[in-house]
Design a binder for this molecule. Structure first.
Ligand code: ZN
Length: 357
């Protein structure tokens, strides 16, 4: 799964809209005698406006009550790609104002995927790239050394797989990730909120990640030290969830990252597979989701399922041995820039990696 990282902008927009809504509410209740409702609305408006004015410059994310309100308001805002899935499993908050119209980009619709190929901190999956590991401790889950080593081992399997697949397309690529010998590739951080699919964490985590990138990880310096072309951070959370990549597709933060859970939310919390890790890593370099109802129309996803049933951007199920048995089809190889052409693009123009228009 993947999502663009334009979340902050959307959040700001939501606050403004919530403010406008509350202003309206204040006006309406003003003529009634229900004072408490009016006061409540006014308080909420003040909070919303206060957040609005501080948000763009705020460097250190401070979790306040008003932010929680803001998150509540945002639950009703349909967001492209990932967010819709999160909303399905997030029960609507009682304090949530009625849905308001939001202008969605036509690119967000199926068949108009926004790609990250050639964009962001991890642009091209060739030559040398860096994967930083960031271990997050939440109020609900921490890490033992052994658990971190297990994750390192799994990332190693994913990296070996990707490097091996590249060779089959005559592409040479190297991913530097081993923090057991290169200590500057491992970082730790803490959140004061849980990160799992039972809560709406996505926007708060987005903000935290942006902050960590400023405070804890220097993408520029690491690129220089390792003489690498690109870099992304793997954010590890030690509980079940839906892993996803935060890709740069032309707006907002160019520093790309992936959120990798140790358990698979869809599979009763069963250990996340190395294939899932490889899948998310491939996203930041331009690979697209090829399963149903993600990025492409049914026509394309049916074709992929029939032609390449074991494609890694389609399925990440485990083999039992821990090895990755999936293939990287010519479609994904094309999205990664490993081949300059594949016949599928002629048949399905929406697969064009540089946009289909
Ligand atoms: Zn995906």
């Amino acid at each position: 799964m993947k999502k663009g990282n334009a979340g902050t902008k959307k959040k700001l927009q939501t606050v403004v809209m919530a403010g406008m809504f509350l202003l309206l509410l204040t006006g309406c209740t003003g003529i009634s005698e229900d004072k408490s409702v009016t006061e409540e609305a006014e308080t909420a408006l003040t909070e919303a406006v206060a957040v609005d004015t501080t948000l763009p410059e705020e460097e250190e994310p401070v979790q306040t009550e008003s932010e929680e309100k803001q998150d509540g308001a945002e639950q009703v805002q349909p967001e492209a790609t990932v967010a819709s899935e999160h909303e399905e499993i997030t029960p609507p908050s009682e304090e949530t104002p009625p849905p308001m119209e939001e202008t969605t980009h036509p690119e967000d619709e199926l068949g108009n995927p926004r790609g990250s190929y050639g964009l962001g901190s991890a642009a091209f999956l060739k030559d040398r790239n860096i994967l930083v590991s960031l271990f997050v401790t939440t109020p609900e889950s921490g890490w033992t050394d052994r658990e971190q080593e297990a994750v390192l081992q799994k990332i190693g399997v994913a990296v070996d797989y990707i490097e091996g697949q590249a060779k089959q397309y005559d592409v040479s690529t190297e991913l530097i990730y081993d923090w057991s010998s290169q200590h500057d590739l491992k970082v730790e951080a803490k959140t004061d909120f849980p990160i799992n699919e039972d809560v709406d964490f996505v926007d708060r985590l987005d903000e935290e990640i942006a902050y960590w990138f400023e405070q804890k990880i220097s993408y520029e310096k690491l690129l220089e030290v390792y003489d690498a072309e690109g870099i992304a951070t793997c954010v590890f959370v030690n509980n079940a969830g839906i892993s996803y990549a935060i890709v740069y597709d032309g707006t907002d933060n160019v520093k790309e990252s992936l959120i990798l859970f140790t358990g698979d939310y869809y599979n009763h919390g069963k250990e996340e597979t190395a294939a899932a890790y490889a899948h998310e890593i491939l996203h930041v370099f331009g690979a697209h989701d090829l399963y149903e109802d993600a990025e492409f129309t049914r026509e394309v996803t049916d074709y992929v399922a029939d032609t390449y049933p074991n494609e890694i951007m389609l399925t990440v199920s485990g083999s039992g041995t821990g090895k990755i048995t999936q293939i990287i089809s010519p479609v994904t190889a094309y999205h990664l820039g490993w081949v300059s052409y594949t016949e599928e693009v002629d048949r399905f123009p929406q697969l064009n990696r540089n946009g289909n228009r």
